[in-house]
Each structure stands twice: as C-alpha cells, then as structure tokens.
Design a protein around this ligand. Sequence first.
Ligand code: ADP
Ligand code: ADP
Length: 226
Amino acid sequence: MADIVLENVSKQYPDGSTAVHGVNLTIADGEFVILVGPSGCGKSTTLNMIAGLEDITSGDLRIGGTRMNETAPKDRDIAMVFQSYALYPHMSVRQNIAFPLTLAKLDKAEINRRVEEAATMLDLTEYLDRKPANLSGGQRQRVAMGRAIVRTPNAFLMDEPLSNLDAKLRVQMRTEIAALQARLGTTTVYVTHDQTEAMTLGDRVVVMRAGYVQQVGAPQELYDHP
Ligand code: ADP
Ligand code: ADP
C-alpha cells in the first residue's frame, strides 16, 4: 500500500490536444478517492498516467515516495479494474483470479489459498470453475475485482467499473466496493461520471472539468449545499 502524489501533472496527446492541465493531488495511503466529472474531462487519462498506461507529458508522479514517471506498469504494483471487465475468456474464474499470482510464480497451495479467500469475500466460491461467458455482468465484475485483490498491490485503480451494470446491481455493488475497500485499506482511485457514485462511495471527491481539477473535498462538502 502506498500514497500517490501528482505534482503539476499534464498530458498532451500526440495530436497536440491537452487532456490534463497541471493536476496537483495527494492521495493518502489507504484513502478512497473518486475522480468525477463529465465525459472527456480527463479522468481516464489521469488514471492511466497513474497506472503507466499513458506517458506523463510534464510534472511528477510519486507512488509510495518513489518517482514513477518512467516506471513500467508492471513495476508500479497497481491493480486495475475496467468497465469492460477485461477477463480472459478461455480461462476459468479460478484461473482469472489466480492470474497475477501465477505470473508472480507463487506456489500452488498459496495461490489456491488466496483465490479461495478472494472468492469468499466476493461471493464467487460457487462459480470458480465457470468461464466468464457463463456469468452475469455483476459476477464478471466481481471476478475482475477478485483478480485485483488477490495480491496486495500499492493501489487499486478503477475506471467506471459499474457502468455496464443495471441500476439495481450498481447500488448493490457500490456498497460492496465500499466495504471491500474499507476492509482491505488499499489506496483506491475510482473514476466515474456518476455524481451519485461520487457522493456515496469515497472518502474524498476530486471534481474535474475540461482537464483541470475544479474542486476537491469530502462528498458532503461538495454536494450538500442547501
Ligand atoms: P474522461 O475519462 O473524463 O471521459 P479522457 O481522459 O478519456 O476523459 O479524455 C480527455 C480528453 O482527451 C478528451 O478530450 C479526449 O477526447 C482526449 N483523448 C483521450 N484519449 C486520447 C487519445 N488517445 N488521443 C487524443 N486525445 C485523446
Ligand atoms: P471513456 O470515456 O470511457 O474513458 P472513451 O470512449 O473516451 O472512453 O475512450 C476510449 C478510448 O479511445 C481510449 O483508449 C481513449 O484513449 C481513446 N480516445 C478517446 N478520445 C480520443 C481522441 N480524441 N483521439 C484518439 N483517441 C481517443
């Protein structure tokens, strides 16, 4: 687990457009921060720069006190969850969740122990032998979460993880994600365009607009105006 510090971070895409302008943000170790704002305001770009999926044009990124502007994604030790789940279709639920541990060459007994633990937390124990195609959307997203929590990463980065789910399931999974994050205490950055999610999920909300950070505060400070 680690803190994440963005210092004057900007992103210019090769076509010359500036997607993110001088963002300053300190996310404490264990904190759950929501990046919210309308489509195109730079949320995903910001998240992807933290993950190392996009280069940082200028400014500094530090994770756990180490400058990581040029660090390869795999060496940042971050777990990502995407809207599209990004599961491996040919692998079972068990193999999908185990994947980061298999890559890390942990021994089989330890892998099984951790997969069972993650599956229990996410209510997936009955589905471990299924393929993703035979799961509901909510179950698929739980598998993606399982793959994220099966190791102890520096941080979780989530990009609109609930956007493909129906309204009822979104509400249920919001509660589950909040509980899971509180239980694990892992630094989490969660991107959404949904104000209700922003209000109900995190410790702190960062409102972005047109590539800038417009407001930062506790959810009630930002939205509970009479
Ligand atoms: P959000 O996640 O808030 O919807 P994005 O970070 O995806 O916003 O995009 C921010 C801005 O950067 C948008 O104007 C978008 O069109 C632009 N953008 C995103 N990705 C690219 C890219 N690969 N090349 C050029 N422009 C991009
Ligand atoms: P989201 O809003 O969910 O972040 P988008 O539909 O904006 O996703 O972007 C999907 C993909 O297209 C991303 O990989 C993003 O980098 C890319 N993209 C977005 N806007 C542009 C753009 N203006 N030019 C090139 N690529 C873009």
